[in-house]
Each structure stands twice: as C-alpha cells, then as structure tokens.
Design a protein around this ligand. Structure first.
Ligand code: XUL
Ligand code: CO
Length: 437
C-alpha cells in the first residue's frame, strides 16, 4: 500500500504548468551541453531531513508526522521509513540517497545492539534497491547527537569517546560499502571548541586527522573505492568548528597527508555562514581538484544559523552550476540537505520542497549553460589576465624570473598604468540579460 497515497509520479509539464506536483524546468532526459539533465544533476534525498525531521525547534515539538503509521523507536518504524523513502524517491525520479547511521535505525543503549539493527535495516534497504535504479550517494556516522559526543568525537578530550567514534565510523563505512555508496562524509558536527581555556587545539586537530587516517586505511581495506569528503561548516553547534570553510579544510587535509583520499562536500548554507558565497567555496574546492559533492540548500541572510531551506534562489543556483560545469562536473551529487519550513508539514509539502529544489537547479543548469555558450564572461576574464601571456614581462614572470629581474622592469618604467577596469556592473548586466531574456 502506498504511503504517499494520491500523489502520482511527478512529471515534467513545462514552465506553463500550474500543477504544483509537476516539474516546470527539470526534464530528466533533456540534453544540455551534450549530457542529460539527470546526469548533470545526480540528486539525492537526505534520510535525516526527509524521513526523520518533524520540524522540532528550540521552542516547540514536531509538527509533521513522520511515523508512517508505525510506532516511533521500533524497527517497524525504521522499515516504514525505508518504504516511504523509496516510494518518495521513485515518485520524484531521484536516484540517490544519503544517510547517517542513526537516521536508519533507533539507536540502542549498547552499540552492539545498534550495529545488529543496522545490519538488519541495510539488508532491508538492499532488498528494496534491487527492484529500482536507486543507489547510495554517501553514508556517514552521526557523531554529534549522542551525549557522549558533547566535546566532539575525533576531537574529544576523552580517549574512550574517541574509541566510540572509531566504532561508529567503522560500522558506517561497512554499511556504505554494503550499499554501494559513492562517498563517505565527515561533517565535524562538534569537532571544534567552546573556549580555549580548556582546549588543547593541537591535540584535538591531530586526533581528527588520526581518526580520518584510520578511516581511510580501513575503508580501502574493505573495498571502499569512493571519495572521502569533508563537509566544512564554520560554527553551529560549536562556536568554533575546525573545518571552517573549504580553504581551511583543504589546508588541514594537505597538512596531514589526507588530500589524495578526500574531497569537499560543499553545503551552500555552510558557505554563507562562513561569510562566503556558495560559489566561492565551490571555486576554492575546484581549483584544488577537490570539488566532490554538494549539499544543496540555502540559508536566510536575515538569520545567523543553518536554516537548510530548499533552494529557490536561481541566481545562486546559476553561479553554482557555472562552477560545476567549468570544473567538469561532480564525482558526487546534489544532496538536498534541506527541510521544509516548520509550518509546511504535509506530505504534499515534502514533494513540493523537492520539486522546488530540483527545478531551481535545473534552471541554474540551463542558465549556466547559456552563459557558457554566450561566452562573454569567459572571454572577458581571459582578456583581463592576458598580460601574463602575451607580453615579454608576463612571460618572464610565468617562467621563473627572479625578483630583481622583474623589479627592474618597474624601476625602468617609473610609473605603472592602471590595470584595466574590472567591469563588474557590465558583467552583472550580462547575467541578468541571460537570466531574464
Ligand atoms: C549539518 C549537516 C549535516 C551533514 C551530514 O549542518 O549539514 O547534516 O550534511 O552530517
Ligand atoms: Co550537510
């Protein structure tokens, strides 16, 4: 029996449709720049927001009912979430899911029992996967909810807590391999600190690296060939988090020799919390060869926390897709780490959230491809740096000349020309012209 009764498979009906349960822009088989939309945009469902979160906040209980007809905290409920998830993904044409260990089963007091439940539920998920083309994008361990992780996991002051983090990562890696996951994520939920007065920052950071190295060694041993990801976030829940942004995380990975096995999983709302644009963190990852996957959502500029909204900002989605296309695509996918607003608590709202997000990224893809075909942005950027490539001075700089040699150019010249207009307004006008024509 269907859980989302009365909701049919969501179809592409085009921009003219007024049917809320249809795609206006996401047309899976439409070819853009030589590839199908569905290949450009491997969308994923986040188990935690979609199948678990009920709209609880600091001031109130859940509003949405995610019991799916079963009693909370039971394995029957865990299985009903699998049924709901697969029906949901199939109806939307979503081909991937992402999960934390504790999203898929109720956590037991004893980790051995939790692990037994995880074996049982992943057998059930595997069975479900068989009749579909749905796959696992990435798995992860929740090392931030259980009270033992109040001081972090890899960065905990307690060796015993570190051991429990190891046990969870080990199991989550095994499950990710079992489900054929393409990636494994570390989001440092509480890997940070509240006050330096009680914190050995050096040891904490080294221990996070130790945990990651152990994970890489074990993962490769059990046949995990995918990418490990760090998902940077500057704060929340901790005041200071070590994986502040892409640049910080990449520096950390390089310092600890982890950069060959890891890439970035960039979340839009985390980048904006770090005081960057989404596209900034994508670019930083891309130029370091580490653009792996995306947690697709958006924040609210009036609020200082991680609101995890379904993305509707086409301008930002276009900037994102420009980065992704220019980087040659993602090895991961677009995981909607997004939740409905608390008062949007119906099953229809769940579908409309995803339709909004998928259509926004489809529009972003269409518009980014049009900007690439238009060519004016790229041409301008190329011209802006041409003196490094088409002048004698530039060639010298680019081929290892000394400080004295280059300085002598300036000393002989006496006074520099201005570097040429950045033409920001001119470029912004081109974006609007392409977006709204
Ligand atoms: C929290 C967040 C996480 C990670 C996975 O801000 O983004 O859900 O994506 O642990
Ligand atoms: Co995320």
């Amino acid at each position: 029996m269907a859980i989302f009764e009365g909701i049919e498979k969501i179809k592409y009906e085009g921009p003219g449709s007024k049917n809320p349960l249809s795609f206006k822009y996401y047309d899976a088989d439409r070819v853009i720049l030589g590839k199908k939309m569905s290949e450009h945009l491997p969308f994923a469902m986040a188990w935690w927001h979609n199948l678990c979160a009920e709209g609880t906040d600091m001031f109130g209980r859940g509003v949405a009912n995610k019991s799916f007809g079963k009693e909370y905290g039971t394995m029957e409920h865990a299985k009903a979430k699998v049924d709901a998830g697969f029906e949901f993904m199939e109806k939307l044409g979503i081909k991937y899911f992402c999960f934390h260990d504790v999203d898929i089963v109720p956590e037991a007091e004893d980790i051995k029992e939790t692990n037994r439940r995880l074996d049982e539920i992943t057998d059930y998920i595997l069975e479900k996967m068989k009749g579909t083309d749905i796959k696992c994008l990435w798995g992860t361990a929740n090392m931030f909810s259980n009270p033992r992780f109040c001081n972090g996991a890899g960065s905990s002051n307690s060796a015993e807590v570190f051991a429990f983090a190891c046990a969870q990562v080990k199991k989550a890696l095994e499950l990710t391999v079992k489900l054929g996951g393409r990636g494994y994520v570390f989001w440092g939920g509480r890997e940070g600190y509240e006050t330096l007065l009680n914190t050995d920052m050096k040891l904490e950071q080294e221990n996070i690296a130790r945990l990651m190295k152990m994970a890489v060694n074990y993962g490769r041993k059990i046949g995990f060939t995918g990418d490990f990801y760090i998902e940077p976030k500057p704060k929340e829940p901790m005041k200071h988090q070590y994986d502040f942004d892409a640049a910080t995380a990449i520096g950390f990975l390089k310092a600890h020799g982890l950069d060959k096995d890891f890439k970035m999983n960039i979340e839009a709302n985390h980048a904006t919390l770090a005081g960057h644009t989404f596209e900034h963190d994508l670019r930083v990852s891309a130029i370091n060869g580490m653009l792996g996957s995306i947690d697709a959502n958006q924040g609210d500029y009036l609020l200082g926390w991680d609101t995890d909204e379904f993305p509707f900002d086409v301008y930002t989605a276009t900037m994102c897709m420009l980065e992704v296309l220019n980087a040659g695509g993602l090895t991961g996918g677009f995981n909607f780490d997004a939740k409905n607003r608390r008062p949007s608590y119906t099953y229809e709202d769940m579908f409309e959230g995803f339709i909004l997000g998928m259509d926004t990224f489809a529009l972003g893809l269409i518009k980014a491809s049009e900007l690439i075909e238009d060519g004016r942005l790229e041409e301008f950027k190329k011209k802006r740096y041409e003196s490094y490539f088409n002048t004698e001075l530039g060639n010298k700089i680019m081929s290892g000349a000394t400080l004295e040699e280059i300085a002598s150019y300036a000393e002989n010249k006496g006074k520099a020309e201005l570097p040429g207009s950045g033409k920001q307004e001119h470029l912004e006008a081109i974006i609007n012209q392409v977006l709204f024509r």
